[in-house]
Design a protein around this ligand. Sequence first.
Ligand code: ZN
Length: 814
Amino acid sequence: MDLEKDDGFRPQKSHGEQTCLDSERSRITRAEGSRKKMFCRQLLGYFGVFILLVILACFILGAFLPPEAVRWASSIFQGTTQSNGQPDGGPPPGDLYLLGVGKADITGPVVELNLMGYADPKQVGTGLRQRLYSRAFIIGNAERPEERFVYLVLDTQSGDTAIRYGIIDGVKRLGSSYAVYGHHNIAVTGTHSHAGPAGWLNYLLPQITSKGFDQQGYRAIVDGALLSIARAHGSLQPGYLSVGTTKVHGANINRSLFAYLANPEQERGEYNISTEDDGSVEKDLTLLKFQRASDGKNIGVLTWFPTHGTSLLGNNTLVAGDNKGVAAYLFEQSVRGEDTAADHFVAGFSQANVGDTSPNVLGAWCEDGSGQMCTFENSTCGGKSQACHGRGPLFRFNDNGASSCFEIGRRQFEPARALYDRLRKDPIPIQGPTVKSFHTFHNMSDFSFRLPNGTMARTCPAALGYSFAAGTSDGPGAFDFTQHSGNENTTSPVWQVVRHLLKNPSPEQRACHHPKPILLDVGEMHKPYQWTPNVVDVQAFRVGQLVIIVSPGEATTMAGRRWKTAVADAAAGLVPHELAPVVVLGGPANSYTHYITTEHEYAVQRYEGASTLYGPHTLAAHINVTLAHLRYLAADGPRPPSHGAKGLFPPDNSNSSLSFIQPVVLDGTPLFKHFGDVVVDVETRAHYRRGHEVRAVFVGANPRNDLRLEGTFAAVERGVVADGGGRRWVRVRDDGDWGLVYRWRRTSEVFGTSQVEIVWETEEWAEPGVYRIRYFGDSKSLGGTITAFEGKPDRSCAIVNANSLYILVPLRYC
Ligand SMILES: [Zn+2]
């Protein structure tokens, strides 16, 4: 452009006195000027073509290069256009925090062990539908990074005292940079899945049906939780938080409506918005979005929504994370490959005030051929609870609740995903730099305190009422040991040892729990060790205007509301006045204190009231203690006292619990067979459409020999053309996928033989192609040596034919 400033390119004045020489010089000068102009235009043209080529190259590179390389290249060409941290554009998203997310495998033994939740000793694991995970979310103050907290979401029935001790001890051993983590800032929450292995809980009562404590499963959970924390810690970087809420319809109902209706009409009316949202359960899902500042990509979401992890029914024997596990899986799948989401994006679907909610949204029915619904007052059929079962949305599929489970997971995922997209475009930022946390142990066995109306109240040593034994419509007739009939074969060996230790409650204990008729006086039984907790965890976190109540029990819908409202009212004085506090409740966490109902619901004594451990004032006591500690969440609040100084610790029974769980003795093979040999090959049939099952059976070994954490027992591999011709296999499904099911079956106790069946339930999004099924196992010799082996892949192949619509054809020679 500077060339145009040259005089030779300016228009020449014409004067009459100009000589011929002058005019000739002038002509030559103009001619030179035109040549220079042309040269300049050509140069501009070349430059333009060059720029176009560069842009084209960027597009081509973007399609083929790994994301890291594209990010590197785009930062060169885009300069600082992403400095506000919003890849979609939009306003700056609030304050900076230190953020990290991480996920790790916690799947314990998937066979020969009782599943945790329904308390049915006959519900023993036979395989794996979906691996269980710990998802860790760390939030820290950007200026004072020592002020941070870790929120763990485990695909387990609940948090637990022994598990939490294991995590807190283990985190100290991870290195000096982990010294900031401890009792005050680690919350261990469970999604309340009723389809995970049991045997890892600290107290005796839940150990009875699992034949005691299982070290292998306990270590899997603790070690996986630690790995998820290490991954989140390793990914810590500056970032932004957004928060929003949305309605989730069709994913929960109130399974104890009769008790809910005992709450004051006026109070219920406040939450009765419409026929679809009548307030009997909470329909709100709250989502916290984590976004890193470096390139504006989202690294994770953490959500809260209440619905029981009981979509997989009491007759299911495959390990899975139930509907929350499905929702997390679908969310993490959905962001894969999106340029607004980071690699290793983590979606946590945390449980909320879950107490009286059910995912069996079609209601409770008598499965006795009568076609009747169960009684409203006490969920019975003909006076008994056994035939009363809640129905999920797809209950007609005879699959132990699997289809309903996936559907309830999808119904949580879809609104959460829509909210996430909305927040990307229109963020509602978390504001204010404050990140605070507190935790304390509180003895609930005899706590006197003043109720808001001024009268004194007290809690009692834990006890369970008669309705506890009846179970719920999600799992009727739980704890069959309470109806011990003398059939020694069906009774847990732990129960044989401890049943004579049952004690009759004292008159004081009866009066304290009134109107609960006491069935099990668990809080006053200390032999051989404590049956349930008397000392509970009290904990809350705060970042900006968000406050997280971490509940040790299952608060019911209205109990959770009262607790959250009390905290919101008190927290209004903590957060800047222009911001309304956002309060969520996560749990069951840190321990398992069964249920927390309102006094009104308690008076009704359905299952949830009977399982409210510390008497009618359990909820009021929790609220009282939470509010008493809320000052520790103030921006300039005092540091909470260290646990060592106070000295009240619940017991850690992880090394002293009873256990009658037998180890694997050995694995054997039938004559002339080897581990991994194909017993039943993929079926030879002309057509496999999407939705069809591809199935193979192998000579197997006990999966308890090696849990294959962070690995897989089963896989589907897809054949692709290799560089030098031929075929190469790429793994497309593993144990983390819902549609790939692993089943194990003992075929001879004497010879230790077993079979493994792997079924790929081809999904509606399965791509046409050539596939093979893989099996990975580990066998144990009589001497105890464990040897890894692989299923023979060349015998179990299938092809999805791209020419015919979604068709699989078995291919023996692939
Ligand atoms: Zn529950």
